[in-house]
Design a protein. Structure first.
Length: 416
């Protein structure tokens, strides 16, 4: 298509150029008709009536008086008339006692030829303009307009619109690209449908696995609790601890699946910091958290999700540090800060920035049960509550949680 357009443009310009050349070549220089002038002079000299002549003329005597003229002339002296004739390019001939001025109209002939050339140039420019306009129209219709359609189509694809197909134009310069883009749209649409189906299947599988695991775990927990009540055998406590670990892993998998699909709901409400302190103590089922005080004030968080967060952090300390846990709660200017610190070996400095990544586990955790989801889920939930969570090494592994106050005045509000 582009080749045909270029050939058409070249042919159109060549035709216009040939027409201009032909018109220009047809213009000839208008020579003076010396034969007619000679015949007129011969008749005047013989005293006869001159034949019809293509030029007007005036016959003068040497004293300046007009003997005969074929056109209207002004009254002026002989010398002035001869000077004007010479200035206008007229022909002055002498025959006997007469002077004959032939009005060749050189200026009029020049202006007539000039006007003809100007009209030719104007016509050529008009033809060129028409050709250019036709070329621009053809280029816009066959090349630019399809390209704009492709650009808008790509924008719709980027915005997720995979339902509306791209209109085909078999005469357009981008016909093959149009078809390729629409094939891409169909493939993306099929991929999206497959991805959505896979996500649904994954969620269903996660729910089924969680249900299938928790059912026997509930029976094991019940039997272990009964055995612990009836006997002092420490094996029952170990069984309960392992059951609790398996339940934590199952919950982490389920929550991670929900978080990945954006279905892990967070409902933030106002709570006193003393309530948060009590929540931390409640999650410490191994009684490793040291005594601490809670300042006054109210913060925003989801109580249900906060239980999951604290259990993950405390459970990690049980698993990897197995030390006492120190808790410090501070009231800053705009946020409350809760710090949980164990006395274990901490995390290698080069791995510290990855501990909250999904499925990340450090080098020293291979012997421990886990999937690297606890801190990842905890940080995601804290962020969705409007807070932030950071990890560092400082005499052990330290997790710092910052929560927003309920409003500007809650920081100074006293508990009642």
């Amino acid at each position: 298509m582009q080749k045909r357009i270029c050939i058409g443009i070249a042919i159109a310009f060549a035709l216009v150029a040939c027409a201009c050349f032909a018109v220009g070549a047809s213009i000839e220089y208008e020579r003076t008709d010396t034969v007619a002038i000679y015949q007129t002079l011969q008749a005047i000299q013989a005293g006869e009536t001159p034949p019809a002549n293509k030029y007007d003329y005036t016959v003068l005597r040497l004293d300046g008086s007009i003997v005969h003229t074929t056109c209207d002339v002004e009254e002026m002296s002989y010398a002035a008339r001869i000077s004007r004739a010479a200035a206008d390019g007229d022909l002055v001939s002498e025959t006997g006692e007469y002077r004959v001025i032939f009005y060749l109209r050189a200026r009029e002939r020049f202006e007539r030829q000039r006007d003809g050339v100007l009209w030719m140039i104007a016509g050529a420019c008009g033809a060129m303009t028409a050709v250019c306009a036709a070329c621009v129209w053809a280029t816009d219709r066959r090349m630019l307009r399809p390209f704009r359609k492709l650009r808008k189509f790509a924008e719709r694809i980027a915005q997720g619109d995979l339902e509306n197909p791209l209109e085909m134009d078999r005469y357009g310069a981008f016909g093959a690209f149009t078809e390729a883009f629409d094939i891409m749209r169909n493939n993306l649409r099929a991929s999206r449908i497959a991805e959505q189906k896979a996500a649904v299947d994954k969620r269903q599988l996660t729910q089924e696995i969680g249900h299938d695991i928790k059912s026997p775990l509930a029976s094991i927990r019940a039997l272990a609790e009964c055995g612990q009540v009836q006997s002092e055998d420490p094996s029952y406590a170990i069984i309960l601890d392992k059951v609790r670990q398996i339940e934590t892993l199952t919950d982490d998998f389920y929550r991670a699946a929900l978080e990945e699909e954006g279905q892990l709901g967070v409902f933030v409400t106002r709570h006193k910091l003393t309530e948060l302190a009590e929540l931390i103590r409640h999650c410490d089922y191994n009684k490793r958290v040291q005594a601490f005080d809670a300042p006054a004030g109210r913060v925003l968080y989801d109580a249900v999700r906060m239980v999951q967060i604290v259990e993950n952090i405390v459970g990690n300390s049980y698993k990897y540090a197995d030390t006492e846990i120190a808790v410090a709660m501070r009231a800053d200017e705009d946020r409350a800060e809760i710090e949980l610190r164990d006395s274990g070996p901490g995390v290698a400095p080069e791995q510290l920035s990855y501990v909250t990544d999904r499925f990340y586990r450090g080098e020293k955790t291979s012997e421990k049960m886990g999937q690297g989801l606890g801190l990842h889920i905890a940080r995601k939930l804290i962020v969705r509550m409007g807070g932030e969570m950071t990890c560092r090494n400082d005499g052990g592994f330290v997790v710092t949680i910052r929560l927003p106050y309920a409003d500007a005045g809650e920081r100074n509000e006293k508990d009642r």
